[in-house]
Design a protein around this ligand. Structure first.
Ligand SMILES: Nc1ncnc2c1ncn2[C@@H]1O[C@H](COP(=O)(O)OP(=O)(O)OP(=O)(O)O)[C@@H](O)[C@H]1O
Ligand SMILES: [Mg+2]
Length: 281
């Protein structure tokens, strides 16, 4: 851990009264959130509700106009960039690759915050990068160029880079949006293991069923504000979801796993339900 002063009860990452506004008018207002070591917290909400903006504020890419962020007990605004990177690994929603890097090189970038000065990567860094790729089912891609990969392959490599960074706090912005079923489960299994091992994870998700299975708590944003927050099952309710997303959902329990199942209702399903209701005496 980067900071031994932070006990399990303290928030590893906390935002208080966070506000930010783009010239477009979009942004976030008055957002309070905390993520503790050992937790996977889901950040949910419709398109444009401010999830990625919050990720940028919590990682120091954007400076809030109101409120502040604490990372492992320290004010984020006062931490040097390299120290932030030792404490916090980010999987952005749309990672940019300005240079035609190789896959292994890309993952090794995750080791850079740990290198002293202009030092080159060591054998240990290389071993960590390869191990991270292996954990993401992407070791066979190590010698490929990052810009030649499929969207899902690239997404696994970006997650591997975050793993190689060995930061105690992880911020994941839709890390599985391009992954097939198997890799979605594997990515969130890895994420759960990281949290169980003492990391703090905040993950933006659109898949509410994955959120229901993997998140200890969720924060539901709408219109740049927290619409609801709390324990996952208590927060992913019909009322909260229908209000936040503006569409009808059906919420049930999975008999097998005990997790909530959220099914969006198509126009056809809604019409069928309405017809059934009107036929009832
Ligand atoms: N660079 C920008 N300049 C101007 N407005 C922006 C910028 N980035 C985001 N916005 C606006 O701010 C609001 C929040 O955007 P944000 O990207 O945080 O949403 P999001 O919840 O991550 O959505 P999505 O689910 O689509 O990723 C939106 O209304 C968006 O149009
Ligand atoms: Mg986003």
């Amino acid at each position: 851990m980067a900071d031994a002063r932070v006990g399990a009860a303290d928030a590893a990452l906390a935002g208080a009264g966070l506000g930010f506004r783009y010239a477009s008018g979009g942004g976030v207002t008055g957002v309070d959130l905390e993520v503790r070591a050992g937790e996977v917290v889901g950040l949910l909400g419709p398109n444009g509700s401010g999830k990625s903006t919050l990720v940028r504020l919590l990682s120091g890419v954007l400076a809030p106009v109101a409120g502040r962020v604490r990372l492992l007990g320290d004010d984020l605004a006062a931490l040097p960039r390299a120290e932030i990177a030792r404490r916090l690994a980010v999987v952005p929603q749309e990672p940019r690759f300005d240079l035609p890097f190789g896959v292994l090189e890309t993952v090794l970038l995750g080791r850079h915050p740990h290198l002293a000065g202009v030092a080159f990567e060591s054998e240990r860094d290389l071993a960590l990068a390869r191990a991270a790729l292996e954990r993401c089912g992407a070791l066979h891609l190590a010698e490929r160029a990052i810009d030649e990969l499929s969207a899902g392959e690239r997404q696994r490599v970006v997650f591997a880079r975050a793993l190689a960074q060995e930061a105690p706090v992880l911020l994941l912005d839709e890390p599985a949006s391009f992954l097939d079923l198997r890799y979605q489960v594997e990515l969130f299994d890895r994420t759960r293991e990281l949290a169980d091992g003492g990391r703090a994870v905040l993950a933006v998700l659109h898949d509410l069923n994955l959120a229901a299975e993997y998140c200890d708590r969720v924060i539901l944003l709408a219109g740049g504000r927290v619409e609801a927050a709390g324990a996952t099952a208590a927060t992913l309710t019909y009322a909260n979801l229908t209000r936040a997303y503006g569409t009808e959902v059906y919420v049930d329990l999975n008999d097998l796993t005990g997790a909530l199942v959220v099914t969006p209702l198509s126009a056809r399903a809604r019409a069928r339900l309405a017809a059934e209701r009107s036929e009832r005496p």
